[in-house]
Design a binder for this molecule. Structure first.
Ligand code: F6P
Length: 341
């Protein structure tokens, strides 16, 4: 068999571990040929290919990013996109595709299965917001990076008696904020799932200062003040209709300073959370996803996504994975709320 593979959407640590596992098992166990498509869905649309051989995937397990490159191309929004994609697959004699991505990339994979393209999906996103899997790889690494940043920011915040607002990624889901905030002992955690009261945040900030400690506020980029709207870097939409979020951290730090009279600073962690080497957990999860994805392809079990359930890797319909986002349940957020202030 000739198996195509691509990585789409925002990159995340662990993508190379999947590529390595797919290639190693695909070639050595199943005797497949593996063809990489570059730059997400742009690859099969434009015919951008690169063979994945055993040599090519040597030494990439611990490397962040993706050796295939990525993009947010939506082939359904490109002129003749699907016809061109199918033509590329035919020219390259590709029998089936492995698409590694988040809600957007896998949404396309789902549509393609209805349009006659055999695809198996692998879930990735630092946001951990894909519904049908307990965890996505990349999330653990992002949480580690954010937690380390919070630990570092705490000592400087305390030296200067300042409030420090840490803005983390999380467009619709506050998993990174919740987990890094809990791990880092943040005094306030704000997530997109629950609009926040600025007065209440200021009260928690004051409480913390009263105890002679400097407050740390972790805010997801998609968090919104009560009665307000998401803050945007730009209103321009990508091919999947997403705007670029950002700015809530700086806005909140200014509000805190104005309302409490205390010095406040904001730090935006941004793409640092997506860069660098994956944690051991993410390397293992990504490797297992890759090994199971190439098995699903070999068995012709298309239209599925590999997923983590407990400690098992299972296959779920792509439809289930993309039907809705996995957001932070309010009861889970409430567990953390008792520690605020
Ligand atoms: O989808 C993951 C994510 O990390 C979001 O949390 C964030 O809004 C987005 O990617 C930003 O991605 P980029 O700047 O690469 O478009």
């Amino acid at each position: 068999m000739r198996v195509g593979v691509l990585t789409g959407g925002g990159d995340c640590p662990g993508l190379n571990a999947v590529l390595r596992a797919v290639t190693r098992k695909g070639i050595s166990v199943h005797q497949h040929e593996i063809l990489g498509f570059r730059s997400g869905w742009l690859g099969p649309v434009e015919g951008l290919t690169t063979p994945l051989t055993l040599d090519r995937v040597e030494d990439i397990l611990s490397r962040g990013g993706t050796i295939l490159g990525s993009s947010r191309t939506n082939p359904y929004k490109v002129d003749d996109g699907i016809a061109r994609l199918k033509a590329t697959l035919a020219e390259n004699r590709v029998d089936a595709l492995i698409a590694i991505g988040g809600e957007d990339t896998l949404g396309v994979a789902e549509q393609l299965t209805h349009d006659g393209v055999p695809v198996v999906g692998v879930p990735k996103t630092i946001d951990n917001d894909l519904d049908a899997t307990d965890y996505t790889f990349g999330f653990d690494t992002a949480v580690h990076i954010a937690t380390e940043a919070i630990d570092r920011l705490r000592t400087t915040a305390e030296s200067h008696h300042r409030a420090l607002v840490v803005e983390v990624m999380g467009r619709h889901a506050g998993w990174i904020a919740l987990h890094s905030g809990l791990a880092g002992g943040a005094n306030v955690i704000l997530v997109p799932e629950k609009p926040f009261s600025v007065d209440q945040v200021c009260e928690w900030v004051e409480q913390r200062f009263e105890r002679q400690y400097a407050p740390i506020i972790v805010v997801a980029e998609g968090a919104v003040p009560e009665g307000g709207k998401e803050l945007l870097v730009t209103g321009d939409r990508d091919a999947f209709g997403h705007v670029r979020l950002g700015g809530v951290g700086t806005w909140l730090a200014d509000e805190i300073a104005k309302r409490t009279g205390k010095e406040s600073r904001a730090v935006v962690l941004g793409h640092v959370q997506r860069g660098g080497t994956p944690t051991a957990y993410d390397r293992v999860l990504a490797t297992r996803f890759g090994l199971h994805a190439i098995d699903a392809i070999t068995e012709g079990d298309y239209g599925k996504m590999v997923a983590l359930r407990g400690t098992d890797i299972v296959r779920v319909p792509l439809r289930e994975a993309t039907a809705q986002l996995k957001t932070v349940p309010l009861e889970r957020y409430a567990e953390a709320e008792v520690l605020f202030g």
